[in-house]
Design a protein around this ligand. Structure first.
Ligand SMILES: [Zn+2]
Length: 429
């Protein structure tokens, strides 16, 4: 790599010092404060740090931290990779990630959806990974449409390679101004934000299970799976593009038509989708699937997600769910034979408004013991009551856990509730 100019070197070094101080004084991992110090001294620092590296930016409503981790793990097969492993996904976090791995030839950066256009411009990243867009705790459908429109503008005319989930109509629309796109069929269980065509506002037709693929209907799993996810606008020409990578239950079908069992350790459909996206991304870096896949299988947990905390013989597996689509994915991971503890807060990062709880269908929880806790447990309790899901209230997570018989229990928590449980219950086991 070429040397950074002196000012940028200095800004980068001071940023690292600030990060170290922040860690030493117990103020978190320091990546945001370090990056802010660096950017204050050299506003062009991110551009300079990004130069001469092969970069992938990863953005989505859900799964971006995990997918960033999976892609990083794969690319480590090729060499050192700079990455923002702790989810600091705005420019200060990117500065910190790149300056703490100065000589890494590769970088994989998780990027907040709203910051993506700016970060594309600043870093000139060669690879952009786009997975899903749905209402968040703070954004409603109209706002995510505006977001996709900004992605379109940011990608138009750029010399980038986009890896995008073609099963999500809004992501497809957001990616389709790019000159080069690898379309992946990664699925879309949450469809509530994509009944309308993003191009013209007309209704989107979706092919259900009964859909017969052109040319017959007797088919391998790959064909039926693709058909299941097919969609098209009834009123304009906007429709799902042909895909070259396909998630097929527990396997992936690569562009040559070969089927590989994923066999990853991270649980659930959402993580298999993340893995397929990661494999498609790795291939754009020249890494073949047979070298990338074993790397993905080594990842067991990501920033505390899917880890287990233990107290008095109760082993609680932690699942993070921040928005309606995230809850749907978490339900998919639950062990049906186990009780489940749900914890909901409404602090700043969660969004103060809990009305999004009403967008989730909780009926799948019927028939197992359900405990409800967190600062906004009454909001969730009312919602469960309306859905006729029996539950018990607990004043704290500790109480909810103590109410369980010894053994395993699943926990779904939103952002600050998840972080509270992690910090109170100490080191994950
Ligand atoms: Zn249309």
């Amino acid at each position: 790599m070429t040397q950074l100019p002196l000012r940028a070197q200095l800004a980068s070094a001071l940023g690292r010092t600030a990060a170290t101080l922040s860690r030493a004084t117990g103020r978190g991992d320091g990546s945001v404060i370090g990056g802010r110090v660096g950017l204050a001294l050299e506003p062009d620092l991110l551009r300079k740090l990004a130069q001469d590296r092969k970069l992938a930016l990863v953005s989505a409503t859900n799964g971006k931290t995990t997918t960033t981790r999976l892609i990083t793990s794969a690319l480590q097969e090729l060499g050192e990779v700079a990455t923002n492993a702790f989810g600091a996904n705005m420019p200060a976090g990117h500065v910190s990630a790149l300056s703490s791995a100065k000589d890494a030839p590769y970088g994989v950066l998780e990027v907040d959806e709203k910051y993506l256009p700016e970060v594309i411009d600043t870093t000139g990243a060669g690879v952009i990974v786009l997975m899903n867009l749905s209402r968040d705790q703070m954004d409603r459908a109209g706002e995510i449409w505006l977001l996709a429109q900004k992605w379109r503008r940011a990608l138009a005319g750029k010399n980038t390679h986009v890896i995008a989930n073609a099963d999500d109509p809004l992501v497809t629309w957001g990616a389709s101004t790019a000159t080069r796109v690898t379309w992946v069929s990664a699925g879309q269980p949450w469809k509530e934000d994509s009944w309308c065509c993003p191009e013209c506002g007309g209704p989107l037709d979706r092919k259900g299970m009964e859909y017969t693929p052109p040319g017959g209907g007797v088919s391998g799993a790959a064909v039926s799976r693709t058909a299941e996810n097919d969609w098209a606008c009834r009123e304009c020409t906007f429709r799902r593009p042909e895909t070259t990578w396909i998630l097929d239950d527990d396997a992936v079908i690569d562009p040559r038509g070969h089927r590989w069992v994923l066999d990853i350790q991270l649980p659930g459909r959402a993580n298999r989708a993340n893995a397929v996206i990661a494999l498609a991304t790795a291939e754009t870096f020249g890494l073949p699937i047979q070298r990338a896949l074993p790397r993905l299988r080594q990842v067991t947990s990501v920033a505390g997600r899917y880890t287990t905390v233990e107290r008095d013989g109760r082993h609680a597996r932690l699942l993070l769910a921040k928005n309606p689509a995230g809850w749907l994915e978490a339900f998919d991971v639950l062990d049906r034979s186990l009780p489940v503890i749900l914890s909901v807060n409404a602090q700043g990062p969660d969004g103060r408004d809990t009305s999004w709880l009403w967008d989730v269908d909780y009926r799948v929880l019927r028939g197992r013991p359900v405990y409800v806790t967190g600062e906004r447990r009454l909001d969730l309790a009312l919602r469960l009551d309306v859905a006729a899901v029996p539950f018990q209230l607990a004043a704290s997570f500790e109480q909810a856990l103590a109410a369980q018989p010894p053994g395993k229990v699943d926990v779904i928590a939103n952002y600050t509730a998840f972080q509270q449980i992690r910090s109170e219950f100490g080191r994950a086991v």
